[in-house]
Write a protein that binds this ligand. Structure first.
Ligand SMILES: [Zn+2]
Length: 214
């Protein structure tokens, strides 16, 4: 776990937006820009995917990222690897210390299997992703929704290899920051989940900031 603070001043950001709980966000980040996700109230899960802006079929790949760094968790120093083996972004600061690569996004199907059949119709991340790409002329479709990053989410793996959804280790004001190594599109679902203890059953907003290259 690596705790590394950023020297960047939010007043110098070229983009500064508070994404409400449960909302989605699709936005370009140009090569060299720095992108920060700030957990305003703590333990919010921020389901995130990245695509090459020039060739959206090239996307964030969890398996390539995990294999390249030899570790399941993301923190400062992690490189987010694409399905073509290129670096999309590099994590340059992190005050939370650990982010999940395995838990995936909540969906109508997983909500009904994990919790109860009548949870199927609740708002979920997969529907948020689909809504965001459906309303944008970005060339992305359902088949482009691969395994995502869960920023701020704590999904420890036990000694015998089991996944556990544990209480969060994030807190109000913690952030993760990354530098785009190519022009990318970021797709976020600020998770609306109401059935999972990782966010204390209470989804909250996050703040998204972008700085131009220094
Ligand atoms: Zn979710």
């Amino acid at each position: 776990m690596t705790i590394l603070e950023s020297p960047l001043d939010p007043r110098a950001a070229v983009y500064d937006y508070v994404l409400p709980a449960g909302e989605s966000w699709l936005h370009p980040i140009r090569k060299g820009q720095i992108f920060r996700i700030l957990d305003l109230e703590g333990n919010q899960a921020v389901d995130t995917l990245f695509y090459s802006a020039a060739h959206p079929e090239e996307r964030y790949s969890a398996t390539d990222t995990i294999r390249r760094q030899g570790n399941l968790y993301l923190t400062a120093g992690s490189a987010l690897i694409s399905s073509e083996g290129n670096v999309l972004l590099t994590l340059v600061a992190d005050t939370c210390g650990r982010h999940d690569t395995l838990g995936g996004a909540c969906a109508a199907e997983s909500n009904s299997v994990r919790y109860a059949l009548d949870k199927k119709y609740m708002h979920n991340c997969r529907d948020s992703f689909l809504l965001a790409i459906g309303h944008a002329d970005c060339g992305l479709t359902k088949r482009d929704l691969a395994s995502n990053i869960n920023f701020f989410m704590n999904v420890p793996v036990t000694l015998d290899g089991r996944l556990t959804f544990a209480d969060g280790i994030s807190a109000p004001g913690k952030y993760v920051e990354m530098r785009a190594e190519m022009d990318v599109m970021a797709l976020i679902s600020n998770c609306p989940q109401l059935n999972n203890p990782c966010n204390a059953y209470h989804p909250t907003p996050v703040r998204l900031l972008i700085w131009d290259p220094q």
